[in-house]
Design a protein around this ligand. Sequence first.
Ligand code: DBV
Length: 249
Amino acid sequence: MTLYQPFLNYAIAVLQDRLDLEPYPIPAGFERKEGTSGKGKRLEQVVTTSHAFKSGKLRQIRAAHVQGGKSLQVLNFVIFPELKYDLPFFGADLVTLPGGHLIALDMQPLFHDPDYQKKYTEPLLPVFNLHKEYLPWGGDFPEEAQPFFSPAFLWTRTQDTEVVQTRVFAAFKDYLDVYLNFVKKAQAASNSQRLTKIREAQLRYIDYRAAKDPARGMFTRLYGSEWTEEYIHGFLFDLDRKLALAAVD
Ligand code: DBV
């Protein structure tokens, strides 16, 4: 079993248990993709699989799982709420490269005002404070990405695989648990100004992530740029496409 398979299995099991989960369509050709990295004796098969669901309040729950041997493992798992809700995004970027593990875990906010923080960051702070003891701050990350993270952003780098299997896994479980509590409580917004703000904030976030996806280089090397751009815009960060389709219906 690869490093992040237990994370994915756990997430799917908990989501099935706590939500009315339905499948979300994965465009043809993206369910599973194989390629190779390295040369000669270092040649590695790299398999990327996609997983996607939705529920009444969650527009898209999706994971990209890259399995390429000991020194290339990635689980990128994001939940995009329906545009009626002011819920944050659940975002996990768990990345193992030859240099070590890079872990990003957060509930990424739509807004930064005090009311929003009280609603969606404060309840997470006890869990954040508990886990950050074992997951020290990972250092610089792109400044332009900062508006998309919350004060409870867990961001760490480690060489220790056991830390990932124990501490990171525990944090992942706790963040998902708190997130599902938020989902359960969430009430649809009805004020049209609020709905417009939510939609703008979702698009800002998704457009940023599609434009700056740190996996673009890796995917392009593995599978080519045509596949990669279609994967990013047609599956990983697909809101613009979905809204464009809805507009012509
Ligand atoms: N990152 C993604 C998706 C991935 C993915 C969809 C399916 O958003 C993987 C795969 N992240 C991935 C890989 C790397 C990172 C790095 C392969 C390593 C890139 C490399 O070193 O070649 C959080 N992920 C990172 C970094 C950050 C994040 C800060 C380091 C990037 C850097 O140093 O430039 N998660 C990432 C991020 C946001 C987020 C930027 C922004 C909102 O939620």
